[in-house]
Write a protein that binds this ligand. Structure first.
Ligand code: P71
Length: 461
Protein backbone atom coordinates (compact mmCIF):
# COMPACT_ATOMS: atom_id res chain seq x y z
CA UNK A 1 0.00 0.00 0.00
CA UNK A 2 1.16 3.53 -0.78
CA UNK A 3 2.41 5.54 2.18
CA UNK A 4 -0.42 7.98 2.89
CA UNK A 5 1.95 10.74 4.04
CA UNK A 6 3.29 11.10 0.51
CA UNK A 7 0.44 10.29 -1.84
CA UNK A 8 -3.28 11.00 -1.84
CA UNK A 9 -5.60 8.16 -0.98
CA UNK A 10 -9.27 7.81 -1.79
CA UNK A 11 -12.36 6.19 -0.40
CA UNK A 12 -12.04 2.39 -0.75
CA UNK A 13 -15.32 2.04 -2.65
CA UNK A 14 -17.14 3.36 -5.67
CA UNK A 15 -20.73 4.58 -5.71
CA UNK A 16 -23.38 2.27 -7.18
CA UNK A 17 -26.62 3.97 -6.15
CA UNK A 18 -27.27 7.64 -5.44
CA UNK A 19 -29.82 9.53 -3.36
CA UNK A 20 -30.35 13.11 -4.56
CA UNK A 21 -30.02 15.92 -2.02
CA UNK A 22 -30.83 19.59 -2.45
CA UNK A 23 -30.47 22.84 -0.58
CA UNK A 24 -33.69 24.75 -0.02
CA UNK A 25 -33.63 28.57 -0.02
CA UNK A 26 -32.58 30.70 2.93
CA UNK A 27 -36.17 31.82 3.39
CA UNK A 28 -37.39 28.22 3.53
CA UNK A 29 -34.63 27.31 5.96
CA UNK A 30 -35.65 30.15 8.26
CA UNK A 31 -39.22 28.88 8.24
CA UNK A 32 -38.13 25.26 8.77
CA UNK A 33 -35.90 25.91 11.78
CA UNK A 34 -38.51 28.14 13.40
CA UNK A 35 -41.15 25.46 12.94
CA UNK A 36 -38.69 22.97 14.45
CA UNK A 37 -38.44 25.11 17.59
CA UNK A 38 -34.73 25.70 16.78
CA UNK A 39 -34.10 22.02 17.56
CA UNK A 40 -32.30 20.17 14.75
CA UNK A 41 -33.92 16.89 15.89
CA UNK A 42 -37.28 18.33 14.88
CA UNK A 43 -36.32 19.30 11.31
CA UNK A 44 -37.68 17.24 8.45
CA UNK A 45 -34.93 15.41 6.66
CA UNK A 46 -36.13 16.69 3.28
CA UNK A 47 -35.26 20.23 4.45
CA UNK A 48 -31.66 19.24 5.20
CA UNK A 49 -28.84 19.50 2.64
CA UNK A 50 -25.97 17.73 4.39
CA UNK A 51 -27.09 15.69 7.37
CA UNK A 52 -24.47 15.54 10.11
CA UNK A 53 -26.93 15.06 12.95
CA UNK A 54 -25.53 11.64 13.74
CA UNK A 55 -23.51 8.71 12.48
CA UNK A 56 -26.16 6.44 14.02
CA UNK A 57 -28.05 4.29 11.56
CA UNK A 58 -27.09 6.65 8.74
CA UNK A 59 -24.29 4.65 7.11
CA UNK A 60 -24.39 3.32 3.57
CA UNK A 61 -24.51 -0.45 3.43
CA UNK A 62 -22.29 -2.35 1.03
CA UNK A 63 -23.50 -4.44 -1.91
CA UNK A 64 -22.62 -7.51 0.17
CA UNK A 65 -24.82 -6.33 3.00
CA UNK A 66 -27.70 -5.65 0.60
CA UNK A 67 -27.22 -9.13 -0.85
CA UNK A 68 -27.39 -10.45 2.72
CA UNK A 69 -30.70 -8.62 3.19
CA UNK A 70 -32.14 -10.87 0.49
CA UNK A 71 -31.12 -13.90 2.51
CA UNK A 72 -33.28 -12.99 5.49
CA UNK A 73 -34.66 -16.02 7.28
CA UNK A 74 -37.76 -14.49 8.81
CA UNK A 75 -38.60 -17.43 11.02
CA UNK A 76 -39.95 -16.37 14.39
CA UNK A 77 -37.58 -18.73 16.16
CA UNK A 78 -34.08 -19.93 15.35
CA UNK A 79 -33.46 -17.74 12.29
CA UNK A 80 -30.34 -18.76 10.39
CA UNK A 81 -29.27 -15.12 10.39
CA UNK A 82 -29.13 -15.10 14.20
CA UNK A 83 -26.51 -17.85 14.08
CA UNK A 84 -24.47 -15.90 11.54
CA UNK A 85 -24.64 -12.87 13.82
CA UNK A 86 -23.64 -14.91 16.85
CA UNK A 87 -20.69 -16.36 14.94
CA UNK A 88 -19.50 -12.92 13.82
CA UNK A 89 -19.69 -11.56 17.38
CA UNK A 90 -17.83 -14.56 18.78
CA UNK A 91 -15.18 -14.37 16.05
CA UNK A 92 -14.47 -10.63 15.96
CA UNK A 93 -15.36 -9.57 19.50
CA UNK A 94 -14.77 -12.81 21.39
CA UNK A 95 -17.78 -12.64 23.71
CA UNK A 96 -19.39 -16.01 24.41
CA UNK A 97 -23.12 -15.20 24.44
CA UNK A 98 -25.31 -12.83 22.45
CA UNK A 99 -28.77 -11.37 23.05
CA UNK A 100 -29.94 -9.29 20.08
CA UNK A 101 -31.83 -6.04 20.73
CA UNK A 102 -33.53 -3.47 18.54
CA UNK A 103 -30.69 -1.00 19.18
CA UNK A 104 -28.15 0.01 21.80
CA UNK A 105 -30.52 1.34 24.42
CA UNK A 106 -32.41 -1.96 24.50
CA UNK A 107 -29.19 -3.63 25.64
CA UNK A 108 -28.50 -0.79 28.11
CA UNK A 109 -31.94 -1.22 29.60
CA UNK A 110 -31.40 -4.94 30.19
CA UNK A 111 -27.89 -4.78 31.64
CA UNK A 112 -28.93 -1.92 33.94
CA UNK A 113 -32.03 -3.74 35.21
CA UNK A 114 -30.12 -6.99 35.64
CA UNK A 115 -27.05 -5.69 37.43
CA UNK A 116 -27.89 -2.41 39.20
CA UNK A 117 -29.68 -2.26 42.58
CA UNK A 118 -31.15 0.79 44.30
CA UNK A 119 -28.38 2.90 45.82
CA UNK A 120 -25.60 1.48 43.62
CA UNK A 121 -22.93 3.58 41.90
CA UNK A 122 -21.78 3.02 38.33
CA UNK A 123 -18.41 4.54 37.50
CA UNK A 124 -17.70 5.23 33.85
CA UNK A 125 -15.44 7.13 31.46
CA UNK A 126 -17.89 10.00 30.91
CA UNK A 127 -21.64 9.71 30.68
CA UNK A 128 -23.68 8.95 27.62
CA UNK A 129 -27.28 10.18 27.65
CA UNK A 130 -29.18 6.91 27.20
CA UNK A 131 -26.67 4.82 29.17
CA UNK A 132 -26.84 7.12 32.19
CA UNK A 133 -30.63 7.35 32.08
CA UNK A 134 -31.00 3.56 32.15
CA UNK A 135 -28.55 3.37 35.06
CA UNK A 136 -30.63 5.95 36.93
CA UNK A 137 -33.94 4.27 36.11
CA UNK A 138 -32.51 1.08 37.63
CA UNK A 139 -31.75 2.97 40.87
CA UNK A 140 -28.07 3.67 40.27
CA UNK A 141 -25.99 6.84 40.20
CA UNK A 142 -23.48 7.39 37.43
CA UNK A 143 -20.04 8.63 38.58
CA UNK A 144 -17.65 10.09 36.03
CA UNK A 145 -14.11 8.71 36.48
CA UNK A 146 -12.59 9.86 33.20
CA UNK A 147 -9.27 11.75 33.33
CA UNK A 148 -9.61 15.53 33.81
CA UNK A 149 -8.06 16.18 30.38
CA UNK A 150 -11.27 14.88 28.77
CA UNK A 151 -13.18 17.91 30.02
CA UNK A 152 -10.72 20.34 28.41
CA UNK A 153 -11.49 20.70 24.70
CA UNK A 154 -8.03 22.02 23.92
CA UNK A 155 -5.98 19.43 25.72
CA UNK A 156 -4.15 17.28 23.14
CA UNK A 157 -3.95 14.11 25.26
CA UNK A 158 -3.93 11.22 22.75
CA UNK A 159 -6.20 9.04 24.94
CA UNK A 160 -8.72 11.37 26.47
CA UNK A 161 -11.11 8.50 27.26
CA UNK A 162 -8.67 7.03 29.79
CA UNK A 163 -9.92 6.28 33.27
CA UNK A 164 -8.40 8.15 36.20
CA UNK A 165 -7.47 5.12 38.29
CA UNK A 166 -7.29 7.15 41.50
CA UNK A 167 -10.82 8.46 41.00
CA UNK A 168 -12.01 4.91 40.38
CA UNK A 169 -10.22 3.36 43.34
CA UNK A 170 -11.29 6.19 45.68
CA UNK A 171 -14.91 5.58 44.70
CA UNK A 172 -14.61 1.82 45.27
CA UNK A 173 -13.06 2.44 48.70
CA UNK A 174 -15.59 5.12 49.63
CA UNK A 175 -18.75 3.24 48.63
CA UNK A 176 -17.48 -0.32 49.01
CA UNK A 177 -17.08 -2.79 46.12
CA UNK A 178 -20.50 -4.34 46.80
CA UNK A 179 -22.15 -1.00 45.86
CA UNK A 180 -20.48 -1.05 42.45
CA UNK A 181 -22.19 -3.58 40.17
CA UNK A 182 -19.81 -2.89 37.29
CA UNK A 183 -17.54 -0.31 35.71
CA UNK A 184 -18.94 1.11 32.50
CA UNK A 185 -16.18 1.56 29.91
CA UNK A 186 -16.90 3.10 26.53
CA UNK A 187 -14.52 2.91 23.62
CA UNK A 188 -14.30 6.08 21.48
CA UNK A 189 -16.11 8.22 24.04
CA UNK A 190 -18.89 10.11 22.33
CA UNK A 191 -19.48 13.01 24.72
CA UNK A 192 -15.74 13.68 25.04
CA UNK A 193 -15.57 14.22 21.29
CA UNK A 194 -14.98 10.70 19.98
CA UNK A 195 -11.82 10.19 22.01
CA UNK A 196 -10.12 6.81 22.55
CA UNK A 197 -9.07 4.84 25.62
CA UNK A 198 -5.60 3.30 25.45
CA UNK A 199 -5.00 -0.43 25.75
CA UNK A 200 -2.59 0.12 28.62
CA UNK A 201 -5.18 2.13 30.57
CA UNK A 202 -7.84 -0.50 29.93
CA UNK A 203 -5.43 -3.17 31.19
CA UNK A 204 -4.90 -1.16 34.37
CA UNK A 205 -8.66 -0.80 34.84
CA UNK A 206 -8.95 -4.58 34.41
CA UNK A 207 -6.25 -5.20 36.97
CA UNK A 208 -7.86 -2.83 39.48
CA UNK A 209 -11.39 -4.21 39.01
CA UNK A 210 -10.07 -7.77 39.29
CA UNK A 211 -8.68 -6.93 42.70
CA UNK A 212 -12.13 -5.89 43.88
CA UNK A 213 -13.99 -8.52 41.85
CA UNK A 214 -15.97 -5.91 39.87
CA UNK A 215 -16.95 -6.68 36.25
CA UNK A 216 -16.41 -4.32 33.31
CA UNK A 217 -19.27 -3.70 30.89
CA UNK A 218 -18.05 -2.28 27.61
CA UNK A 219 -20.02 0.18 25.50
CA UNK A 220 -18.55 -1.06 22.24
CA UNK A 221 -20.59 1.15 19.92
CA UNK A 222 -17.46 2.56 18.24
CA UNK A 223 -14.83 -0.02 19.22
CA UNK A 224 -13.19 -0.30 15.76
CA UNK A 225 -12.66 3.46 15.62
CA UNK A 226 -11.01 3.33 19.05
CA UNK A 227 -8.84 0.43 17.87
CA UNK A 228 -7.71 2.47 14.86
CA UNK A 229 -6.48 5.25 17.17
CA UNK A 230 -4.62 2.67 19.29
CA UNK A 231 -2.92 1.43 16.11
CA UNK A 232 -1.97 5.02 15.20
CA UNK A 233 -0.92 6.26 18.61
CA UNK A 234 -0.04 3.53 21.09
CA UNK A 235 3.42 2.05 21.27
CA UNK A 236 3.59 -1.54 20.14
CA UNK A 237 0.39 -1.54 18.08
CA UNK A 238 1.57 0.10 14.83
CA UNK A 239 1.69 -3.23 12.99
CA UNK A 240 -1.23 -4.95 14.71
CA UNK A 241 -4.33 -5.43 12.56
CA UNK A 242 -7.32 -3.39 13.78
CA UNK A 243 -9.33 -6.59 14.09
CA UNK A 244 -6.81 -8.01 16.56
CA UNK A 245 -6.87 -4.78 18.58
CA UNK A 246 -10.68 -4.92 18.69
CA UNK A 247 -10.52 -8.51 19.91
CA UNK A 248 -7.97 -7.63 22.59
CA UNK A 249 -10.09 -4.72 23.87
CA UNK A 250 -13.13 -6.96 24.20
CA UNK A 251 -11.09 -9.68 25.93
CA UNK A 252 -10.35 -7.24 28.76
CA UNK A 253 -14.05 -6.80 29.55
CA UNK A 254 -16.83 -9.09 30.77
CA UNK A 255 -19.67 -8.07 28.53
CA UNK A 256 -20.82 -5.35 26.18
CA UNK A 257 -23.70 -3.27 24.99
CA UNK A 258 -23.64 -2.42 21.32
CA UNK A 259 -25.51 0.05 19.19
CA UNK A 260 -24.78 -1.64 15.87
CA UNK A 261 -26.01 1.48 14.06
CA UNK A 262 -22.53 3.00 14.25
CA UNK A 263 -19.33 0.99 13.80
CA UNK A 264 -21.16 -2.06 12.51
CA UNK A 265 -22.60 -0.32 9.46
CA UNK A 266 -26.29 -1.08 9.74
CA UNK A 267 -29.34 1.16 9.84
CA UNK A 268 -30.87 -0.55 12.86
CA UNK A 269 -29.83 -3.13 15.44
CA UNK A 270 -27.85 -3.83 18.55
CA UNK A 271 -27.04 -6.50 21.10
CA UNK A 272 -25.97 -7.39 24.58
CA UNK A 273 -22.94 -9.67 24.70
CA UNK A 274 -21.99 -11.51 27.87
CA UNK A 275 -19.45 -14.05 29.03
CA UNK A 276 -21.24 -14.99 32.25
CA UNK A 277 -23.61 -17.88 31.58
CA UNK A 278 -26.01 -17.16 34.43
CA UNK A 279 -26.37 -13.50 33.56
CA UNK A 280 -26.84 -14.45 29.93
CA UNK A 281 -29.73 -16.77 30.85
CA UNK A 282 -31.40 -13.93 32.75
CA UNK A 283 -30.93 -11.54 29.83
CA UNK A 284 -32.27 -14.14 27.43
CA UNK A 285 -35.38 -14.36 29.55
CA UNK A 286 -35.73 -10.61 29.93
CA UNK A 287 -35.40 -9.90 26.21
CA UNK A 288 -38.66 -11.71 25.48
CA UNK A 289 -40.48 -9.20 27.69
CA UNK A 290 -39.11 -6.03 26.12
CA UNK A 291 -37.69 -6.74 22.67
CA UNK A 292 -38.69 -10.06 21.13
CA UNK A 293 -37.65 -13.70 21.13
CA UNK A 294 -33.99 -14.30 22.06
CA UNK A 295 -33.07 -15.20 18.47
CA UNK A 296 -34.16 -11.86 17.03
CA UNK A 297 -34.67 -9.36 19.87
CA UNK A 298 -36.39 -6.71 17.77
CA UNK A 299 -34.48 -7.20 14.53
CA UNK A 300 -35.71 -8.76 11.31
CA UNK A 301 -33.72 -11.76 10.07
CA UNK A 302 -32.40 -9.67 7.18
CA UNK A 303 -31.20 -6.99 9.59
CA UNK A 304 -29.22 -9.57 11.55
CA UNK A 305 -27.60 -10.79 8.31
CA UNK A 306 -26.62 -7.24 7.30
CA UNK A 307 -25.17 -6.78 10.77
CA UNK A 308 -23.14 -9.98 10.66
CA UNK A 309 -21.59 -8.78 7.40
CA UNK A 310 -21.22 -5.21 8.69
CA UNK A 311 -19.17 -6.41 11.65
CA UNK A 312 -16.69 -8.04 9.26
CA UNK A 313 -16.46 -4.89 7.13
CA UNK A 314 -16.07 -2.61 10.16
CA UNK A 315 -12.65 -4.03 11.03
CA UNK A 316 -11.31 -3.90 7.48
CA UNK A 317 -8.14 -1.80 7.44
CA UNK A 318 -8.98 0.20 4.32
CA UNK A 319 -12.48 0.92 5.57
CA UNK A 320 -11.49 2.16 9.00
CA UNK A 321 -8.65 4.30 7.67
CA UNK A 322 -10.98 6.03 5.20
CA UNK A 323 -13.73 6.42 7.79
CA UNK A 324 -11.62 8.03 10.47
CA UNK A 325 -9.51 9.74 7.79
CA UNK A 326 -12.52 11.61 6.42
CA UNK A 327 -13.35 12.95 9.87
CA UNK A 328 -9.71 14.03 10.31
CA UNK A 329 -9.83 15.79 6.93
CA UNK A 330 -12.79 17.95 7.96
CA UNK A 331 -11.27 18.61 11.38
CA UNK A 332 -7.89 19.71 9.99
CA UNK A 333 -9.62 22.02 7.58
CA UNK A 334 -11.54 23.72 10.38
CA UNK A 335 -8.40 24.00 12.48
CA UNK A 336 -6.64 25.69 9.54
CA UNK A 337 -9.56 28.14 9.32
CA UNK A 338 -9.05 29.03 12.98
CA UNK A 339 -12.38 27.59 14.17
CA UNK A 340 -12.23 26.34 17.80
CA UNK A 341 -12.82 22.57 17.81
CA UNK A 342 -12.22 19.76 20.29
CA UNK A 343 -8.67 18.49 19.97
CA UNK A 344 -7.52 15.96 18.99
CA UNK A 345 -10.11 15.46 16.26
CA UNK A 346 -12.34 12.52 17.20
CA UNK A 347 -13.22 9.36 15.36
CA UNK A 348 -16.82 9.92 14.32
CA UNK A 349 -17.22 13.66 14.13
CA UNK A 350 -15.77 17.10 14.55
CA UNK A 351 -16.96 18.86 17.69
CA UNK A 352 -17.21 22.64 17.54
CA UNK A 353 -16.38 24.41 20.79
CA UNK A 354 -19.52 26.53 21.16
CA UNK A 355 -18.40 28.08 24.45
CA UNK A 356 -15.41 29.54 22.66
CA UNK A 357 -17.21 30.45 19.44
CA UNK A 358 -20.04 32.25 21.27
CA UNK A 359 -18.35 33.51 24.45
CA UNK A 360 -20.95 36.26 24.81
CA UNK A 361 -23.66 33.64 25.55
CA UNK A 362 -23.97 32.16 29.04
CA UNK A 363 -24.83 28.45 29.33
CA UNK A 364 -28.41 29.49 30.14
CA UNK A 365 -28.53 31.04 26.67
CA UNK A 366 -27.78 27.59 25.21
CA UNK A 367 -24.72 28.35 23.08
CA UNK A 368 -24.43 24.92 21.42
CA UNK A 369 -28.13 24.73 20.60
CA UNK A 370 -27.89 28.24 19.15
CA UNK A 371 -24.85 27.41 17.05
CA UNK A 372 -26.50 24.27 15.64
CA UNK A 373 -29.52 26.34 14.55
CA UNK A 374 -27.24 28.95 12.92
CA UNK A 375 -25.36 26.28 10.99
CA UNK A 376 -28.60 24.99 9.58
CA UNK A 377 -29.61 28.51 8.58
CA UNK A 378 -26.35 29.14 6.75
CA UNK A 379 -26.31 26.18 4.36
CA UNK A 380 -28.81 23.55 5.44
CA UNK A 381 -26.25 21.56 7.41
CA UNK A 382 -27.75 19.63 10.30
CA UNK A 383 -25.62 19.08 13.42
CA UNK A 384 -26.34 18.09 17.03
CA UNK A 385 -26.18 19.96 20.32
CA UNK A 386 -23.97 18.32 22.94
CA UNK A 387 -24.05 20.79 25.81
CA UNK A 388 -26.37 21.86 28.58
CA UNK A 389 -29.51 20.73 26.76
CA UNK A 390 -28.11 17.19 26.35
CA UNK A 391 -26.84 17.14 29.93
CA UNK A 392 -30.40 17.44 31.28
CA UNK A 393 -31.35 18.10 34.88
CA UNK A 394 -30.02 16.72 38.14
CA UNK A 395 -32.65 14.16 39.25
CA UNK A 396 -32.19 15.24 42.91
CA UNK A 397 -32.26 19.04 42.65
CA UNK A 398 -34.14 19.45 39.37
CA UNK A 399 -31.58 22.05 38.26
CA UNK A 400 -29.80 22.07 34.87
CA UNK A 401 -26.55 20.10 34.77
CA UNK A 402 -23.91 22.50 33.42
CA UNK A 403 -21.29 20.42 31.59
CA UNK A 404 -17.78 21.82 31.02
CA UNK A 405 -18.16 20.99 27.36
CA UNK A 406 -20.63 22.97 25.30
CA UNK A 407 -20.27 21.39 21.86
CA UNK A 408 -21.87 21.10 18.45
CA UNK A 409 -21.20 17.79 16.81
CA UNK A 410 -20.71 17.51 13.06
CA UNK A 411 -21.11 13.76 12.86
CA UNK A 412 -20.01 12.00 9.73
CA UNK A 413 -22.09 9.04 8.51
CA UNK A 414 -19.97 6.17 7.20
CA UNK A 415 -19.45 5.81 3.42
CA UNK A 416 -22.14 8.43 2.65
CA UNK A 417 -20.54 11.79 1.86
CA UNK A 418 -17.57 12.74 -0.31
CA UNK A 419 -14.63 15.02 0.25
CA UNK A 420 -16.51 17.79 -1.61
CA UNK A 421 -19.30 17.59 0.97
CA UNK A 422 -16.68 18.05 3.67
CA UNK A 423 -15.40 21.17 1.88
CA UNK A 424 -18.92 22.65 1.73
CA UNK A 425 -19.39 21.95 5.44
CA UNK A 426 -16.09 23.61 6.34
CA UNK A 427 -16.96 26.74 4.33
CA UNK A 428 -20.34 27.00 6.02
CA UNK A 429 -18.85 26.66 9.50
CA UNK A 430 -16.32 29.35 8.60
CA UNK A 431 -19.09 31.68 7.40
CA UNK A 432 -21.02 31.26 10.66
CA UNK A 433 -17.82 31.72 12.64
CA UNK A 434 -17.22 35.04 10.94
CA UNK A 435 -20.66 36.33 11.94
CA UNK A 436 -20.42 34.93 15.47
CA UNK A 437 -20.63 38.26 17.29
CA UNK A 438 -24.10 38.98 15.92
CA UNK A 439 -25.58 35.68 17.08
CA UNK A 440 -28.14 35.82 19.91
CA UNK A 441 -29.09 32.94 22.20
CA UNK A 442 -32.11 30.70 22.77
CA UNK A 443 -34.39 29.88 25.69
CA UNK A 444 -36.53 26.80 26.43
CA UNK A 445 -40.08 26.97 25.18
CA UNK A 446 -41.07 23.35 25.90
CA UNK A 447 -39.15 20.69 27.78
CA UNK A 448 -40.13 16.99 28.02
CA UNK A 449 -39.19 14.82 30.99
CA UNK A 450 -36.83 12.27 29.47
CA UNK A 451 -33.84 12.85 27.14
CA UNK A 452 -35.01 16.40 26.63
CA UNK A 453 -32.66 17.24 23.74
CA UNK A 454 -34.72 15.09 21.37
CA UNK A 455 -38.01 16.93 21.69
CA UNK A 456 -37.43 20.28 23.43
CA UNK A 457 -38.51 23.43 21.64
CA UNK A 458 -36.76 26.75 21.92
CA UNK A 459 -37.43 30.40 21.21
CA UNK A 460 -35.17 33.32 20.34
CA UNK A 461 -34.29 35.50 23.32
C1 P71 B 1 -25.47 9.28 18.50
C2 P71 B 1 -26.28 8.23 19.13
C3 P71 B 1 -27.77 8.23 18.93
C4 P71 B 1 -28.30 9.17 19.94
C5 P71 B 1 -28.67 8.70 21.18
C6 P71 B 1 -29.06 9.59 22.15
C7 P71 B 1 -29.01 10.94 21.89
C8 P71 B 1 -28.69 11.41 20.63
C9 P71 B 1 -28.32 10.51 19.66
C10 P71 B 1 -26.11 6.37 20.59
C11 P71 B 1 -25.33 5.65 21.52
C12 P71 B 1 -23.93 5.93 21.69
C13 P71 B 1 -23.20 5.27 22.65
C14 P71 B 1 -21.78 5.55 22.85
C15 P71 B 1 -25.14 4.04 23.28
C16 P71 B 1 -25.91 4.68 22.34
C17 P71 B 1 -27.36 4.32 22.25
N1 P71 B 1 -25.65 7.40 19.93
N2 P71 B 1 -23.82 4.34 23.42
O1 P71 B 1 -24.28 9.36 18.83
O2 P71 B 1 -23.30 6.83 20.92
O3 P71 B 1 -27.56 3.52 21.13
O4 P71 B 1 -29.08 4.91 19.73
O5 P71 B 1 -28.72 2.48 19.28
O6 P71 B 1 -30.02 3.18 21.25
O7 P71 B 1 -26.00 10.02 17.67
P1 P71 B 1 -28.93 3.54 20.29
Amino acid sequence: MTDNRERSWAEPYKIKMVEPVQMISREEREKAIKEAGYNTFLLRSRDVYIDLLTDSGTSAMSDRQWAGMMMGDEAYAGSENFYHLEEAIQKYYGYDHVVPTHQGRGAEHMISQLMIDDGDFVPGNMYFTTTKLHQELAGGTFVDVIIDEAHDPENEHPFKANVDLNKLEDLIKEKGPDKIPYVSIATSVNMAGGQPISMSNLKEVRELTNRYDIPIIHDMTRVAENAYFIKQREEGYGDTPVKDIVHEICSLTDGATMSAKKDALVNIGGFLALNDEELFRKAQNMVVVYEGLHTYGGMAGRDMEALAIGITESVDEDHIRARVGQVQYLGEKLIDMGVPVVRPIGSHGVFLNAKKILPHLSQDELPAQTLAAELYLDAGIRSMERGVVSAGRDPETGKHNYPDLELVRLTIPRRVYTQAHMDVVAESVEAVYQQREDITGLAFDYEPEYLRFFQSRFKKR
